[in-house]
Design a protein around this ligand. Structure first.
Ligand code: ADP
Length: 519
């Protein structure tokens, strides 16, 4: 039976010969011994795997664009890059171009873009999550002499795909970790290297498998933790978070319909107006992407589904009262900007792998001998920023109008609230310094102002990263003015003007300018 099936396989001579030989082994085995079933499984894997079975690519780029537009709202730059990529693919007709890597916070549509690309090309789609994968054998498989041996996840995924050229999404490539059980990222390097991946060796298969026709797409939440050699192979496409307005549009056009469908309903069963969607976004989600929003909408849909099933009356058009009934009172007010009513409190902008955020830096004085203490679960670099800020103020006390004697008579304590969240990076430098100057001069900091930037001992302000995400976070928190390093101006210029509506920017190069603007 196996031999008959094997006739239909399109495998090369080498694989055919190997298969023939292994079938011979099986025939000579006693069906009672355990090796028999292992060998059988092994041969079945060969029959289940696609060998040189390709789906034909559809390179109609207009159609591809339509599919991308149908599934995703906004993301114009990203879609343009994808179409360009597909255009090059069409012209070259091989997979030797760099691998696309979608980089951005969770829930912004990275994985679902991969799915749309697969559909646009008419290829199969498989997804493999690399989060927390630390054992090389997970990628490459175990030798079949091991008890319970299996092929690696690459080969398993291809079996699932059923063709040798699927779109293969490698999710969270930044979470690939190293451990004593071999180095999974070096196996990954081989997978992604067009020079080597035409014979990717799987330990279980005991053969090279040709991955060169597979279209790999990676996704990642952070660039810092991707292995540098892997990063070199990839073309990074930045997918940033959404504004409130965009989220409302996404919810209206996509998420609600999708959830209704998943619950066996359609658009006639539940309508949520824009003001209500905005309420849900603002009151119940705090994220750059839309995954939490989708969950909240699912709750609303379930509520409708329950009422339909129980034949009870409900409002087809959701009211504000319905939202409170189903989702409870609004949960998230934290992200809002608080007035800095005391001197020493300053708003900063932070970047995290789940998007931008605002943070407050507070400092107080107490009687003492000039000690500096810092709390709030801060990393080394952030603590250094505090020390730099303190020393800079000490040496420039006059120019800030501070009496140098206070330094010896008081202790300074700096705290960054939400102590449960670890924070690090140099970008809070300006914020710390402003907080300390405000504290020593007892002048309050301007309202609705937020800032980000690194400082040096000479009082220069340096540019920092994650600007787009930080701006979105500032908008969510209703900040009005933002203070940045002059060199970050070009990052702002790259952002779509509608994201910047209602914000005033101050660009600075020197700490003295920061203080002039802020206090
Ligand atoms: P990620 O991979 O970036 O974490 P996903 O691709 O899983 O995010 O997206 C989460 C959900 O949000 C999916 O249901 C996706 O379809 C939806 N989504 C995200 N961005 C958009 C968008 N721009 N338009 C429509 N739906 C979107």
């Amino acid at each position: 039976e196996m031999k008959a099936k094997a006739k239909e396989k399109l495998w090369d001579e080498k694989v055919a010969k190997h298969f023939e030989k292994e079938v011979g082994k099986l025939q000579r085995m006693n069906p009672q011994v355990s090796e028999y079933s292992i060998q059988r499984n092994y041969l079945e894997l060969f029959l289940d795997l696609p060998w040189n079975e390709f789906s034909k690519d559809k390179f109609d780029l207009k159609r591809a664009k339509k599919i991308l537009d149908r599934d995703h709202y906004g993301l114009d730059d990203v879609k343009r890059r994808i179409i360009e990529y597909l255009a090059v693919l069409k012209l070259r007709n091989d997979m030797k171009s760099p691998i696309l890597c979608f980089y951005g916070p969770p829930g912004v549509g990275k994985t679902s873009l991969g799915k749309s690309i697969a559909e646009a090309l008419g290829r199969e789609y498989v997804r493999m999550s690399l989060g927390g994968l630390r054992d090389e054998a997970e990628i490459r498989g175990h030798r079949k002499t091991y008890i319970g041996a299996m092929p690696g996840r690459i080969i398993q995924s291809l079996k699932k795909a059923g063709t040798s050229n699927p779109v293969f999404v490698l999710d969270e490539i930044d979470k690939l970790s190293n451990s004593h059980q071999g180095d999974p990222s070096s196996a990954m390097l081989e997978v992604l290297d067009p020079e080597q991946n035409n014979a990717f060796y799987d330990n279980f298969l005991e053969m090279g498998y040709d991955l060169s026709k597979v279209m790999f797409i990676a996704t990642s939440n952070s660039l810092a933790t991707i292995q540098p050699a892997l990063r070199d192979r990839m073309e990074i496409i930045n997918v940033t978070g959404y504004t409130i307005e965009e989220k409302v549009e996404i919810a209206k056009r996509h998420l609600l319909l999708k959830q209704l469908k998943e619950h066996g309903l359609d658009a006639s069963h539940l309508k949520i107006g824009k003001p209500q969607l905005e309420k849900i976004v603002e009151g119940y989600t705090r994220e750059s992407g839309v995954r939490g929003l989708e969950k909240q909408i699912a709750k609303m849909v379930r509520f409708a589904a329950k009422n339909i099933a129980m034949e009870e009356d409900y409002n087809i058009k959701v009211t504000n009262a319905d939202i409170i009934e189903v989702l409870g009172g609004p949960k998230l007010e934290r992200d809002k900007y608080e007035n800095n009513n005391v001197a020493g409190v300053v708003t900063g902008l932070a970047w995290t792998s789940v998007g931008g955020d605002i943070l407050f830096i507070e400092s107080i004085l107490s009687k003492g001998k000039g000690n500096l203490s810092i709390t709030g679960n801060l990393g080394k670099v952030m603590k250094e920023s505090a020390t730099i800020a303190m020393e800079y103020i000490k040496s420039n006390a006059d120019s800030f109008g501070i009496n140098p004697e206070v330094f010896d008579k008081y202790n300074v304590h700096i705290h960054v609230p939400e102590g449960a969240t670890p924070k690090d990076g140099p970008s809070a430098g300006v914020t710390m310094l402003t907080s300390l100057v405000s504290l020593f001069t007892q002048k309050k900091v301007k309202k609705s102002l937020a800032m980000t930037g690194e400082i040096t001992l000479r009082g220069k302000v340096l540019p920092v990263g994650g600007i787009k995400e930080k701006i979105l976070a500032a908008k969510r928190a209703r900040i009005k003015e933002i203070l940045l390093c002059e060199e970050n101006r070009r990052d702002i210029e790259e952002i779509k003007p509608e994201y910047l509506k209602g914000l005033t920017f101050h660009y600075v190069t020197d700490m003295s300018e920061v203080i002039d603007i802020a206090v």
